[in-house]
Design a protein around this ligand. Structure first.
Ligand code: 13P
Ligand code: ZN
Length: 275
């Protein structure tokens, strides 16, 4: 006899995270999506994983993820509603057929499907796993200040990262790898998925200009915290960008923070001269 699936730690944490993201204003309407990589052994105490409810084509190959399970938000589903009806707004899939088929094991109970951003999620999982075998989460949302910044700031990743690092001391501690930035592209496509994944090799945060941000991490908490920190920095930037700057965090100070915590800032992103 299985335990009730709504008591599964991964589901409890997913529901809390989606609610928290909604409360932060990052996920208006159906904005945003989350995927959490799971081992089948984590799922099997709660679900008979030999029962496949339906299958759906993914629309691309993901051979490295064949047989991998993911808990995901649904296409068109409102983060606001996730806690009220988890099986309708979330779903559990297992990839088969070299990643070309998603076997639905639980959820998407109204006949729905996984997020339209599945390509960006799965391709980003593959990219991050190549860098860090503990990577488990890909998170996308629409935080207002990061989006606002993409209208007024240079989109060069070095320039964008340096501004965020200068906005609060914690930033370089939380994302020493910086952020990458994609120009505006059509969302929900394999093309934006591949472009996002390519950027995920060098940073765990990828900004989509005039759209939102992708974050990747080892847990829902960590990934939420990454985006939270970047969005806080963007908020400070949007508060001060139009005002005369009287102070900043210098490159020497940023290097001091990194050295103190034994972190390696993204190669080439700090000035080498002792500013
Ligand atoms: P989904 O509802 O398909 O997850 O799409 C939301 C979104 O943010 C698209 O970029
Ligand atoms: Zn989006």
């Amino acid at each position: 006899m299985s335990e009730p699936i709504l008591t599964a730690p991964f589901l409890v944490e997913m529901i809390r995270t989606a609610s928290n993201m909604y409360q932060h204003g990052w996920d208006e309407r159906n904005g945003g999506n989350i995927s959490l990589r799971l081992d089948e052994t984590e799922i099997s105490p709660f679900l008979d994983t030999s029962t496949v409810l339906r299958t759906l084509p993914t629309g691309f190959d993901a051979p490295a993820l064949d047989g991998t399970c993911f808990l995901l938000t649904g296409a068109g589903k409102y983060f606001k509603n996730v806690p009220y009806d988890p099986p309708k707004n979330l779903g559990l899939i297992r990839l088969a057929d070299a990643g070309r088929t998603a076997e639905i094991l639980w959820g998407f109970s109204d006949g729905g499907r996984f997020t339209s951003e599945l390509p960006a999620h799965l391709m980003s999982h593959s990219a991050r796993l190549a860098e860090d075998p503990n990577s488990r989460v890909v998170m996308h949302c629409h935080p207002a200040n990061l989006i606002a910044m993409t209208y007024v700031h240079d989109l060069d990743p070095r320039a964008f990262t340096r501004t965020l690092w200068q906005m609060c001391t914690e930033c370089i501690m939380v994302f020493p790898d910086g952020v990458n930035v994609l120009p505006w592209m059509l969302c929900g496509t394999n093309e934006i998925g591949a472009a996002t994944a390519a950027q995920m090799h060098t940073a765990r945060l990828v900004v989509w200009a005039q759209h939102g941000i992708y974050g990747a991490g080892t847990s829902l908490d960590e990934t939420f915290g990454l985006i939270e920190t970047a969005e806080k920095a963007a908020e400070i930037y949007m508060k001060i960008a139009h005002l005369p700057r009287k102070a900043t965090i210098t490159d020497a100070q940023l290097r001091q923070v990194a050295a103190h915590l034994k972190l390696t800032p993204r190669e080439g992103f700090l000035e080498t001269t002792n500013l």
